[in-house]
Design a protein around this ligand. Sequence first.
Ligand code: MRU
Length: 351
Amino acid sequence: MKVNGVDYRTVWMQGSTVRMIDQQRLPHEFVIVSLPTHQHTAEAIRAMVVRGAGAIGAAAGYGMAQVVLEAPAGTDYATYIARGAETLRRTRPTAQDLFYAVNRVLAAAQAAGSVDAARRAAVAEAEALADANAAAGEAIGRHGADLISDGARVLTHCNAGWLAFVDWGSALAPIYAAARQGKRVFVYADETRPRCQGAMLTAWELAGEGIDHAIIADNAAGYLMHRGEVDLVIVGSDRIAANGDVANKIGTYEKALCAAANDVPFYVAAPTSTIDPACPTGDDIPIEERSEDEVLYISGKTDAGEICRVRIAPEGARARNPAFDVTPARYVRAIITEYGVHAPNALPRPR
Ligand code: MRU
């Protein structure tokens, strides 16, 4: 997608350096960061400089390629690779794409006949994963656009646009594709407390693509659905269990319940790399709990142009901060992947 007329991917590799858009600085500043080692890349994933399942996956794939490039060729080679993979796996527990990418790059390196061949194979696999991620987003857009009629009002939660992938996105891809087909689309972007990915990132992306939209407080969605002002909901996913249960940003489950109560179709868009056949149901999906500070404080830009963080809760107040929830498959009308639109109980397998 373009930023100020220039084509960008969310994350890419230049030599042995991983480069990415710093999503902590958006929407107020557009900054590219350079990460020279896999430890830097792992920390960027953990701290949410890069976030969104697909982008995390691509970053982890590149991080794993860095591990293989850095590994000393002698007897410590295998130990270095195993430790590096573990460092990356420990960054964020819910996003299935992270584990998918680390395992794929690791397997490509292990299948090579020499250390030099392993280094080439790891980089090539990480690049192939990033390309596949962008292509999946475009295909999801094509399939999902058929579900959006001219004049539709779509509600989305969190950010599952191009920033959450290498390009295109998942939940926002059908909206971008529909708009490029000439359909008029209006988007309600849930602000998505506590990190406000909807208010900060989705709104920034939609403005960049010229899509008409309004940010709503998270608790306004039920009101709008009840009034008939939402035609469909499309959300992304961080991990989909084998039975079609869907983990996504905290608050998604409530949106699904509201949609069911008001006969609003609820769609999930995700590439097959997000499907985890080893998780039988949503109860088996590990849910990340993040720092309570994300709930107790909020960051933003003052009218004087200063970026700052302020405490919004009383001194001494405690908080809970589960980052994801699980929506049971029965509330999901269909799941849009790069292969088409599927019933949640008839999902294709990741390849
Ligand atoms: O915690 P984040 O920002 O990495 O959360 C991931 C997400 O962006 C969402 O849950 C999203 O809706 C699906 S991931 C493409």
